[in-house]
Design a protein around this ligand. Structure first.
Ligand code: ADP
Ligand code: MG
Length: 205
């Protein structure tokens, strides 16, 4: 696959909803350890709403598609992650405006624009034990064609999500636990890794 089209993007979002469905209990278990145990349910609700919204829709371009995704997540996910993932997809949509498809380098730039929005809103730095820890190395790893770039992103995100376990949480609910947040993986870093794994799965051609 050489280009990332609206069709691929929709396939990615549907696959993400399926993957989140399967992993919802695990994501909520991770959140129960250092938060309030709702991350899986939040993400499941949001992505189910996205799939429903996309059913029968024919978005004109990547911009229109990701704008719809962002708005839907903003209004359904809730918690800290709702505005962060919602804003992520809105920012991705802004960069995709007018584009029916894009190559791997442009996709990386769009996703980096989304990450920049998460950082702007949430003010998390790398090492604060959040989704930013998974997304940053993942998007930096996007080199080569679409299949290679997304596979590298998925691998980097998963490794980084696993590596959040020994960190002390400095943002969000988990930060209220202080030292007791140490020893558990961050739920948002895991959901971010899941999204990039389904992206790689979708783009492997
Ligand atoms: P809540 O914490 O409100 O219950 P969720 O459980 O859905 O919301 O999401 C928690 C996740 O959100 C965390 O695991 C973390 O990855 C992410 N998160 C929380 N605060 C921030 C922040 N300021 N910046 C980036 N990510 C954050
Ligand atoms: Mg929570």
């Amino acid at each position: 696959m050489s280009d990332f089209t609206v069709t691929e993007a929709i396939a990615w979002l549907k696959a993400s909803s399926d993957a989140i469905d399967k992993e919802a209990a695990h994501l909520s278990d991770l959140d129960a350890a250092i938060g309030d145990g709702d991350h899986g349910a939040n993400m499941k609700r949001g992505f189910q709403a996205v799939v429903k919204k996309l059913d029968g829709a024919e978005p004109a371009d990547l911009g229109a598609l990701f704008k719809t995704v962002g708005m839907t997540l903003l209004s359904t996910v809730g918690g800290a992650s709702g505005p962060l993932y919602g804003g992520f997809f809105l920012a991705v949509g802004k960069l995709g405006a007018g584009q029916a498809s894009c190559d791997a380098a442009a996709l990386a730039e769009m996703l980096k624009g989304g990450l920049a929005d998460i950082v702007k809103r949430g003010k998390a730095e790398i090492g604060d034990k959040t989704m930013v820890d998974a997304l940053t190395p993942a998007l930096d790893a996007m080199q080569g064609d679409l299949a290679a770039a997304t596979a590298a992103a998925a691998k980097a995100a998963r490794e980084a999500a696993t590596a959040t376990a020994p960190l002390l949480a400095k943002k969000g609910r988990a930060s209220y636990l202080g030292e007791r947040s140490i020893g558990h993986q961050d739920p948002g870093a895991n959901s971010a890794a899941l999204l990039l794994e389904t992206l790689a799965e979708t783009c492997k051609g």
